[in-house]
Design a protein around this ligand. Structure first.
Ligand code: G4P
Length: 563
């Protein structure tokens, strides 16, 4: 008798129909296998929560991540993430820059289970200069958690990252951290969030107690007072006690009364949890707490599971939706080389969009149409790699040593699919770049190609004239990373000279020919073939746009303007 594996890694709609002498029997078995696989994919997708944390450096991202792992039972005692990240930094030379500058440039992906859900947490760089990187990460998640330091609110360097998030209309949960110490009036912070980001913050929990005497939170859904007791160094889960309003009033006295008054105010202005507007990216359920003492961490984690959406079917670039339970598909949202300096590897991060991924399966690389082996699939945390055998929609698979993959590349099994390209941010800074050592000519160009592939900077070239490449970036720190990595990883020291251009537009050959009459405009070609016109003066650009509405001068998708 022919036995067909029911759960054989072939993805749902592509279960092979071969190898049986009895077609009826075969069909029955295959159908059963098909159902088993599709229902498994649906089940696994439904329990995934894939989200990014965005925050200003020092707001408490690492501490909160660590506490998530504590509450998920993944670490027995808090302290592991910091130790891990310390180890990561210790082995990675170019990340020294992160340490020196107190910023995070690399992203990591962490997976853990909580209440029978699989949580995928994607880290984002905490600085506006890397908003393009943040945008790529945000294109691959289903929700975001925005952490704000209660003493600082929204900080200018991070504003752009939040705007990017808002522009993508991602559902955002907000965590007001560090409530254990003196901070700003939380009510004022709600206004600030609305004014600066355009998100209506709807507190789900509210602090009880004064700064320095943070006792717990009101859960506005039940009206209960959740009183927390600190544990030594916050290393273990904090003790929580739910008090009804009567007990709360008698035991927490004035602190309870003040918190209740503020909650009445919130009720009056209608600042209450609204699931529909949260999912539409218009309001943001807000939680208060202290990652350091663990206060409020469980509420936030519960909200990720209970409120944040599970992965849904994604549309391809033609708008056609590929069902979750169809054959495997995914796209590359990030490429990173040399995270592990010992191996100098290339990792492509793939978000699974449909079907089931099995390590070792052969998938089609959409950009080339060629088969692509997935033997080296791993979860990636800094320089650490763990083999991934299975993944479902919402999960992130790191393809190690995938040097020919680019951001935006699609992969699939069965029916071809091309996911929409990930838009790039409008560059605002431009510089010519030269190698200081003529002998390193090859490494210089190889390095530039690699940095362009990873999206560290955009690399532009003059199609007819000066062979010196021009690099374009959103923020100056991208140039620093470029110089640092070329020197550290390829031994190439470079010099950068600002070109003086201040704005760029995407153009076509016809308009480019007309622009050649203006000496202050330069038209350059990007690696993907796009023609970019660079302008020294935004004023001139505006005038040209007004005088020649028929010219092709398309804004390059900007993090603040794309929807
Ligand atoms: P980041 O990843 O966003 O950059 O922030 P991180 O978690 O590293 O936290 C930055 C600093 O803020 C750390 O202090 C951390 O202990 C502190 N912190 C985080 N959450 C809270 C909180 O809820 N309350 C208070 N009071 N502090 C908090 P540090 O002194 O820089 O480092 P460490 O010596 O404590 O590790």
């Amino acid at each position: 008798m022919t036995t067909l594996p029911l759960d054989d890694g072939c993805n749902a709609r592509d279960v092979p129909r071969a190898g049986s002498s009895s077609p009826a029997f075969h069909a029955a078995v295959v159908d059963k296998g098909y159902e088993a696989t599709t229902s498994r994919i649906i089940h696994e997708s439904a329990r995934r929560r894939t989200f990014a944390i965005i925050s200003h450096p020092d707001a408490g991202k690492t501490t909160l991540t660590e506490k998530f792992l504590l509450y998920a039972g993944k670490v027995a005692e808090a302290g592991a993430v910091k130790a891990r990240s310390g180890r990561r930094r210790a082995v990675s030379d170019w990340m020294t820059m992160e340490r020196q500058r107190g910023i995070s440039i690399t992203s990591t992906v962490l997976q853990f289970t909580y209440r029978d859900h699989v949580v995928n947490l994607l880290d984002t760089p905490g600085h506006r200069d890397f908003s393009e990187d943040t945008y790529r990460v945000l294109s691959s998640v289903d929700a975001a958690v925005m952490i704000l330091d209660v003493a600082k609110g929204i900080e200018p360097q991070t504003l752009k990252l939040f705007e990017v998030c808002r522009a993508r209309r991602l559902p955002v949960l907000t965590f007001l951290n560090k409530c254990d110490r003196t901070g700003r009036d939380p009510l004022a912070l709600l206004d600030e969030i609305e004014e600066q980001i355009g998100l209506r913050a709807t507190p789900v929990t509210w602090p009880v107690g004064t700064p320095g005497d943070f006792q717990g939170v009101i859960d506005r859904r039940s009206g209960d007072f959740i009183r927390f007791t600190r544990t030594a160094r916050g290393a273990s889960v904090s003790v929580e006690e739910a008090l009804d309003q009567g007990r709360a009033a008698s035991e927490a006295g004035p602190a309870w009364k003040a918190a209740m008054e503020e909650c009445s105010l919130l009720d009056e202005v209608g600042a209450s949890l609204h699931l529909e507007s949260f999912l539409a990216g218009e309001s943001s359920p807000l939680f208060v707490g202290s990652a350091l003492t663990n206060f409020g961490v469980r509420h936030l984690l519960d909200a990720i599971v209970d409120l944040a959406p599970a992965p849904t079917a994604r549309a391809d670039s033609s708008g056609k939706v590929r069902p979750l339970d169809s054959a495997f598909s995914g796209f590359v949202f990030k490429v990173q080389a040399n995270m592990d300096p010992a191996h100098r590897d290339h990792v492509a991060f793939v978000r699974v969009c449909s079907g089931r991924f099995e390590r070792g399966m052969t998938v089609v690389h959409g950009a080339t149409g060629r088969p692509f082996g997935t033997k080296h699939a791993a979860s990636v945390f800094g320089s650490e790699r763990d083999t991934i055998d299975l993944a479902y929609p919402g999960d992130v698979v790191g393809l190690v040593n995938a040097s020919d993959l680019h951001i935006g590349d699609s992969f699939y099994v069965g029916e071809p699919v091309t996911y929409p390209p990930i838009p790039s941010c409008a560059p605002e800074l431009f510089a010519t770049v030269r190698s200081r050592d003529i002998s390193k000519y090859k490494q210089f160009h190889r390095g530039l190609a690699q940095m362009a592939q990873e999206g560290v900077v955009q690399v532009l070239r003059d199609p007819n004239g000066d062979p010196t490449p021009v690099v374009a970036a959103v923020g100056p720190m991208q140039f620093e990373v470029l110089s640092y990595r070329l020197a550290e990883e390829l031994g190439v020291r470079v010099e950068l000279f600002p070109t003086g251009h201040k704005a760029a537009r995407r153009t076509d050959r016809e308009t480019a020919a007309k622009l050649s009459a203006w000496s202050s405009v330069r038209v350059l070609t990007r690696g993907d073939g796009a023609l970019l016109a660079l302008f020294e003066s935004p004023y001139w650009l505006q005038r040209l746009e007004a005088d020649h509405p028929d010219w092709t001068l398309d804004p390059i998708v900007s993090s603040t303007t794309f929807a």
